[in-house]
Design a protein around this ligand. Structure first.
Ligand code: GAL
Ligand code: CA
Length: 329
């Protein structure tokens, strides 16, 4: 009797652990493969799908919404059970939701957040991501704490912080909210922020480097007290431009604190070399894992509560950001 029970239990456990996602096919659209942070995200989704026994096909939207729309049409007319979509254009969310709804296929949006209004038009539409506002607050704190603990950082001794802001793609919630909250957080910390210049560099290192070069030439590096970048790639581009002027290469007299967001490996290395002040961990691994777990649950006919994460407004799974500072590494 006891033996039979133990054997049955073992069988049940074995079945439960291996196969609840077997046969599930996920169709995923990424806004652009050539993006350091989204590469981490993709790798996490692939690994988690493999782990759960699901199949995932990932398409490169090549930064073009028409291309992505065609890829989604392809997924929906094929045999995928669920979609994961990193929109090229957040404003295209409704049309993707409408298509998924008429095909009765659940859709999990990632990284580019549709409005709650749009999500509410389909009971099988959800979002997995990180709160943009939180990352803005953290990067503002990194700069404010540095400014307070390093009086020499106020180069012109006016008690204010003269900064440059490098922004991500236009219309992206991370571009809008990181820009807003980083600066507001500095002000809330009792330091008056003065924007010397700002520009959109589309999350891109090379673009940011060129823009920063132009700012350095027109403003003079000695007048810049901080660089706030909406992501690490742009922070690294700014650092390249600074290094070309012998800034941020080890001489404490010639140092400008630069912060980014993501905590990509290349940024952590720049921090270890003392070239970059800090970053904010944008947790690609846990966002990727959560997106796949949710997709698999939905494909199995369950709802968002089955994914195993806290749920907000019945529609959102939020993965927290974390501050990462040079001195803590
Ligand atoms: C942000 C990330 C950026 C970029 C962007 C793409 O969350 O910080 O580096 O990957 O997403 O949408
Ligand atoms: Ca100043």
């Amino acid at each position: 009797m006891r033996k039979v029970f133990v054997m049955t239990l073992a069988l049940v456990l074995a079945l439960a652990s291996c196969s609840f996602a077997d046969g599930v096919k996920i169709g995923a659209g990424i806004y652009r493969f050539n993006d350091a942070f989204m590469l981490r995200f993709r790798n996490a989704m692939t690994a988690e799908s493999e782990k759960l026994g699901a199949t995932i096909e990932i398409a490169d939207g090549r930064d073009d919404q028409n291309t992505q729309d065609a890829q989604i049409d392809g997924f929906l007319s094929g045999d995928v059970n669920v979609l994961i979509v990193n929109l090229v254009d957040r404003m295209a969310a409704q049309s993707v939701v409408d298509k998924a709804k008429s095909a009765n296929i659940p859709v999990v949006f990632i990284n580019r957040e549709p409005s709650l209004e749009v999500l509410n038009t389909y009971d099988k539409a959800y979002y997995v991501g990180a709160k943009a506002e939180e990352s803005g607050v953290f990067s503002g704190q990194l700069i404010a704490e540095y400014f307070k603990s390093h009086p020499e950082a106020d180069k012109n001794h006016d008690g204010k912080l003269q900064f440059i802001l490098l922004k991500g793609q236009n219309g992206h919630q991370d571009m809008i909210l990181r820009s807003k909250h980083s600066v507001e957080t500095i002000r809330d910390a009792g330091i008056e922020p003065v924007e010397l210049a700002s520009a959109i560099a589309n999350w891109d290192k090379l673009e940011a480097m060129k823009i920063m070069n132009a700012f350095i030439m027109s403003i003079g590096p000695e007048n810049i007290e901080a660089v706030i970048a909406n992501n690490d790639e742009m922070a690294l581009g700014a650092i390249e431009a600074l290094k070309a002027q012998d800034y941020n290469t080890g001489n404490p007299e010639m140092y400008i604190p630069v912060v980014g967001v993501d905590a990509n490996a290349s940024a952590l290395e720049a921090m270890d070399r003392g070239e970059m002040l800090g970053t904010v961990l944008n947790d690609a691994d846990n966002q990727g894992i959560a997106a796949v777990r949710l997709a698999v649950a939905l494909a199995g006919g369950k709802d968002i509560s089955a994914a195993g994460y806290p749920v907000t407004d019945g529609k959102y799974i939020w993965i927290p950001y974390q501050k990462v500072l040079t001195s803590e590494r």
